[in-house]
Design a binder for this molecule. Sequence first.
Ligand code: FAD
Length: 460
Amino acid sequence: MTHSALPTQLVWFRDDLRTSDHPALNAALSSGPVIAVYVLDQESAGIRPLGGAAKWWLHLALADLRISLGQLKIPLILRQGPAAGIISELVHEGSVQAVHWNRRYGHAERAVDMQIKQDLHARGVHAHSYSGTLLHEPWELLTKNDTGYKVFTPFYNALRDDEIRPPLPAPQAQEPLPDTNLPASDELESLGLLPALDWIDGLAAQWGPGEAPARQRLEQVLESIAEGYADHHDRPDLDGTSALSPAMRWGHLSAPEMWDALGRLAAENPKAAAGATAMRRQLAWRDFCWHLYYHHPQLPERNLRAQFDHFDWAWPEQDPHAADQVRLWQKGRTGFGLVDAGMQQLWQTGWMHNRVRMVAASLLVKNLQVHWKVGERWFWDTLVDADLASNSANWQWVAGSGADASPYFRVFNPELQAKKFDPQGSYVARYAPLAAEPIVDLKQSRQAALDAYEQMKLIS
Ligand code: FAD
């Protein structure tokens, strides 16, 4: 075991794989020599293991982070296992004086962080946490009754622009640390993040995970996409949205930085003001999902409206017919072009347009009456932007079981949605050129869903 000569500052990277606007990194750099760590923790109690597409993204994002940190002369150490043990080892191996991290908001993750903070304090090591991921800390924005918000619009109205922290100045490179004293790092390949499946070719063709590609895309959004966003954001056939959700999920870009950039665009370019404001509103939805999850830690597992516990959902494990239908839905062979194109887009690229996510989810939970958790798990495994808060809050929104959910009787008609939002059929032609036989009658299944809802109300 080696010991660093100098007391060091350890920055623990988690969902914030970037060097710009990184409060923990900036604070550490102003305190002394810095080393950085990423811990792949799939074992601590309650932490949901990453899905396949997310692991692929993470592999490339860590390679990119190592380069960005290298430019600042900061070594990145990779480790795998329960975070508490690893942080404790590193504190010893690296003569660490203080550990810095940007906060996470999941229930299990917070429990891990709290335990580590206590352990560090007990050993006389400082632990500093910062707000680096959201526009607002979920406990700061409260209703008059001091509770979390359950409805988006009042939450959004309460988000005060002047209370969102401005982005930080770019960090300066530090003096290089002597290599001999550094704690050892695992090889990136040894983390086993790359899947053996062939779908990574499609993901690689679509995305460049990391900070620089995210920043380039933001520039493009500000230059040419924001202006049309208010009109085009529901059109999957156009490149009309930011497509920055994976960059936000992995923290290649901070929410305050994107918020700030959109605000400046709105102020400087009146033609882009409506679009930039509309995009800010979507960014606020991301915060709202984390806000809900923070205040309702059961969000990924349980209906927020307990009434829905009495809904007669189908589960593929218990019902062979539902199992067949779920398989066809996953493969994009439902016979509804927009849904099939979306599910193919998801499989091929790890991403799906928001409008299509809503329509595909509605078909599963309403027309097929399959539990939203079945869809949430599939998205979790296949989305490169999968995050527990946005995924479960949006699934519960579509299912009607969420706090601020779409009314149950709002059953999307995939054929009408296709006419409206893919008017030339080019999105469907691109991802689902071969039409399949519809697996369900839209009218009958809509009525059956409404009947099941009435039934649920009678017994709940
Ligand atoms: P833009 O329209 O450009 O919006 C800007 C940013 O705002 C996005 O990058 C994203 O960070 C945020 N945002 C936009 N819409 C939403 C929303 N409805 N909820 C939360 N944040 C939003 N988003 C995820 O990031 N992870 C998920 O796991 C996820 N699962 C979803 C599941 C379902 C069933 C549905 C209906 C939506 C889900 N979303 C999820 C939300 C949304 O579909 C994606 O964030 C969106 O498609 C991202 O596209 P964009 O980056 O072009 O968004």
